[in-house]
Structures are given as C-alpha cells and as structure tokens.
Design a protein around this ligand. Sequence first.
Ligand SMILES: [Zn+2]
Length: 129
Amino acid sequence: MKVCVICKKELQPGIKAYPIVEDVIIRAIRSIKRSLSVVKNNDLYVCEADLPMHGKIRKSFERNMVIAAFASAVIFVLFIGTAILSARFDLLGIFSALFLCFCIFIIPLFWYVPSISEKTVEVTNNGGA
Ligand SMILES: [Zn+2]
C-alpha cells in the first residue's frame, strides 16, 4: 500500500507524490517495527498537496536534531570537565553520561520526518497491498 506520511491516507492512482528517501533511520525504524511485528510494509510517500506541510515539519525536525545534538554534546563536555576537575573518573559515570547523551540525542527521532526525493512519481495501482 502506498501511503502519505503526512496525511496518512492511502494514495490513489494518478496522484502525484514524492517518494521518501529510504535512509538508515527509516530502515532502523522498519527493523524495530518488524521485530515487534507491527510492520505494515507500506511504501511511504508525501503527496503533492502535503509538500508545504512536509517542508515545514522537516525543517523543525532538523532544528530539533541540531538542538538535541548540541545539548547532548554540552552535557557530555560538562560531565567530562567535572570528572577531570574533581579527579573522579569512574567508568560507570562515563557510561551513564554517554547513555544520557544518547537518550537526549535520539528523542527527536521519535518524531522522525524523512526527507523526500526531489522528483515526483505518479502513483499507479499496481503496487499491491
Ligand atoms: Zn498527504
């Protein structure tokens, strides 16, 4: 089934849509879903009508990613700085700091907005369900 990731509607034949780019994150999300057996195996698109909407939420997603990356970097640097200054350098602390940074970094991925291909495709109904 071909679905628009913005309006979540099934794309009707003849409609123009932008295929999303199957990047490493999309593949990871798919494999997580597959292991939870909730994968729907849909082909993901953004329909032409939702293009401005996609651009908007993609931009805010990218901004959130930058903020999260920055925040986790700052926390890590602060943590390492404190550890060096106080001369307390325990492995468990480093791992918890890394884990905390990782958690902050991946939060925006729960609202992942995939990038889309630049050229439209016309949806045909031979994709199957
Ligand atoms: Zn749509």
